[in-house]
Ligand binder design. Structure first.
Ligand code: PLP
Length: 260
């Protein structure tokens, strides 16, 4: 069967972000998504109204059954929300050290609503030594390090690297300028920069989609820079073809194109 990516992610009932984004992105990029659900959110294309997390034992059992049964080739984390969920993923990483972990440090939705409980940021750092790739936008990178990207990008990356992260894709979606610039660092060195025309819209689930698309490439054995570029090309296409629900809603990436 196609390689499997085990995703830890939350349900977004609007279908823009979270586990639905993971499933669609991973399927679009020739892998199969198996999802251990971390939380049920209450949300639409406009905002987050709340969420309820899944009990850690239930989460661990979901993941354990998939790992024992399917050819999992990579692990991707989106909304973990609690230190307890982080502990579940950490234990799995310790038990499966050969599986690359793609860690999207989800803190808030693009609409602004929080998707974590208190104490989450510090606990998330425990996963950094296991992360093959961390995919923060600049706002998340600043919250994780307490440093400013504009003033000191090199220090931001060094801080993440000192915490054990092997590679960082620093995403420029929250910056300004006509071109959006993503920077890929590996072992503390800039190895790739890509530029994309900034699209004039707010998107729901773009971060989830990108990290999942990268994980599908990693699961298929692609080298990291190629997995990243392939995912970026695909994401840009999905965003250009996004569905706009109405004037107040964020656009939903069209991740599956080219039906029969
Ligand atoms: N995971 C879930 C369940 C979400 O609801 C969201 C945002 O709404 C995210 C992750 C992060 O989404 P984005 O890709 O827009 O950062």
């Amino acid at each position: 069967m196609r390689p499997v990516v085990l995703c830890f992610s939350g349900l977004d009932p609007s279908g823009g972000a979270g586990l639905q984004a993971d499933i669609e992105a991973i399927a679009a990029l020739q892998a199969h998504a198996a999802v251990a659900c971390t939380a049920l959110t209450i949300q639409d294309s406009q905002q987050v109204y709340g969420f309820q997390t899944v009990n850690a034992d239930l989460l661990a059992q979901q993941a354990a059954k998939v790992l024992a049964d399917l050819p999992v080739k990579a692990i991707k984390c989106g909304m973990l929300a609690t230190p307890e969920a982080v502990a579940v993923v950490k234990q799995i990483c310790q038990q499966h050290p050969h599986l690359p972990l793609i860690l999207d440090p989800v803190l808030v939705a693009n609409s602004g609503g929080s998707l974590t409980v208190e104490g989450f940021i510090d606990s998330l750092k425990q996963l950094f030594p296991y992360a093959h790739l961390l995919t923060p936008n600049t706002v998340e990178a600043e919250r994780l390090t307490g440093l400013s990207v504009v003033d000191n990008e090199a220090d931001v990356i060094k801080t993440l690297s000192d915490l054990g992260v092997k590679a960082v894709l620093l995403k420029g979606g929250h910056e300004h300028g006509q071109m959006l610039r993503n920077r890929l660092y590996q072992d503390n060195k800039l190895i790739q920069t890509s530029q994309w025309p900034r699209l004039n819209a707010q998107f729901h689930g773009s971060g989830c989609s990108l990290a999942s698309a990268i994980s599908a490439g990693i699961a298929n054995g692609l080298p990291l820079p190629i997995a990243v570029t392939r995912a970026e090309v695909w994401l840009q296409h999905s965003l250009q073809n996004a569905d706009f629900p109405h004037k107040n809603g964020q656009a939903i990436p069209r991740r599956i194109l080219g039906q029969i």
